[in-house]
Write a protein that binds this ligand. Structure first.
Ligand code: ADP
Ligand code: MG
Length: 254
C-alpha cells in the first residue's frame, strides 16, 4: 500500500554554530498534497527544508522521506527549487542546460541523455512556456521566467516530492497563476508539493499549512490552523498592518 505520509519528522533540532534554529519539530507531511510552510523571516523555514533534503546536518531527531532515512536512497525522488538569492545567476549556463540538469539528477551525473530525455526536456520547456528562451543565458530572463526554468527542471526530474522556497518573490501574477496550474497537474499525478510561502493572500490554494517559528506552532487544514491566536504565536509583533488586514479579509471569505 502506498503510504499517505510523504515525510515524517520526529523531534528534529538543527543549529548553526551551536545556536538552535529549529527546536524539536515533530510533524507528518501528507503525500499528494500542497503544503505551505509559513513563518516570519529567520523562523527557520529554509533551514527545515535543507534539513529534510540532507543539505545541512541535524543535531538530533529523525527524518524519513518516502520511508527512507538515507538521503542517497531518496535524492533522485525529490526536486528542490531554492530561494532566489541562493542561486548563482552569473553561472554561465543557458536555459536548456538548467532544465537538462533535472534529467541528469534523475539518471545520474555521468549518464548520457537519450533522445527520450531530450524530448522530455523540450516538452517541459514548452509546458511552462520558456521554449523561446531555450538558448538564452538564464540571467537575461525575468524573475517569473527564471522561476519557470526551475519548474521545468523539476518536471523533467519526475520526482515524487517538489520543494519550492518562496517561488513567488519577484514573480508576476501570470507566472504565479501558471505555477498553480502546474501544481494542480502535479497533484493530480500524486506528487507532494511543499512550498515556503510569504504571501498570506493566497493561502486558500493550499491543502495544509505549517506554521513555524523555531518550533512548530501549528499544522493542519487552513481553516483549522489559520487563526488569530496561531498567527500571533507565529509572527508576534512582526506582522504588518497589511498582513493583519489580509488575515481579516481572508477569514471573512472562509
Ligand atoms: N548558513 C548559516 N549559518 C549561520 N546561520 C544561519 C545560516 N543560514 C541561516 N542562518 C540563521 O538561521 C535562522 C533561520 O534561517 P532561515 O532558515 O533561512 O530562515 P527563513 O527561511 O525562515 O527566513 C536565521 O536566524 C538565520 O540568520
Ligand atoms: Mg528562507
Amino acid at each position: 500500500m502506498k503510504s499517505d505520509v510523504a515525510i515524517a519528522i520526529n523531534n528534529l533540532t538543527v543549529s548553526y554554530r551551536q545556536r538552535p534554529v529549529l527546536r524539536s519539530i515533530t510533524a507528518k507531511i501528507p503525500a499528494g498534497k500542497l503544503l505551505a510552510i509559513l513563518g516570519p523571516n529567520g523562523a527557520g523555514k529554509s533551514t527545515l527544508v535543507k534539513a529534510i533534503l540532507g543539505l545541512i546536518p541535524k543535531d538530533s531527531g529523525e527524518i524519513l522521506v518516502l520511508g527512507e532515512s538515507d538521503v542517497k536512497k531518496f535524492r533522485t525522488r525529490i526536486a528542490y527549487i531554492p530561494q532566489k538569492e541562493q542561486i548563482d545567476w552569473d553561472f554561465p549556463v543557458i536555459v536548456r542546460d538548467v532544465v537538462a540538469m533535472g534529467r541528469y539528477h534523475a539518471r545520474g551525473w555521468f549518464a548520457w541523455l537519450s533522445a527520450d530525455d531530450r524530448r522530455l526536456i523540450e516538452q517541459a520547456m514548452q509546458e511552462v512556456g520558456i521554449s523561446d528562451f531555450a538558448d538564452k543565458h538564464i540571467r537575461l530572463l525575468s524573475g517569473g521566467q527564471q522561476q519557470r526554468v526551475f519548474i521545468a527542471r523539476a518536471l523533467v526530474q519526475q520526482s515524487d516530492i517538489l520543494f519550492m522556497d518562496e517561488p513567488f518573490v519577484g514573480v508576476d501574477a501570470t507566472t504565479q497563476n501558471a505555477i498553480f496550474v502546474l501544481i494542480e497537474k502535479l497533484k493530480a499525478a500524486g506528487k507532494t508539493i511543499i512550498m515556503i510561502n510569504h504571501d498570506l493572500s493566497i493561502l486558500k490554494k493550499f491543502d495544509r499549512l505549517m506554521l513555524i517559528n523555531k518550533g512548530l506552532i501549528a499544522m493542519g487544514a487552513p481553516e483549522e490552523v489559520y487563526t488569530e491566536a496561531n498567527l500571533q504565536k507565529t509572527y508576534g509583533g512582526q506582522m504588518t498592518i497589511v498582513d493583519q488586514a489580509e488575515t481579516t479579509l481572508w477569514q471573512a471569505k472562509l
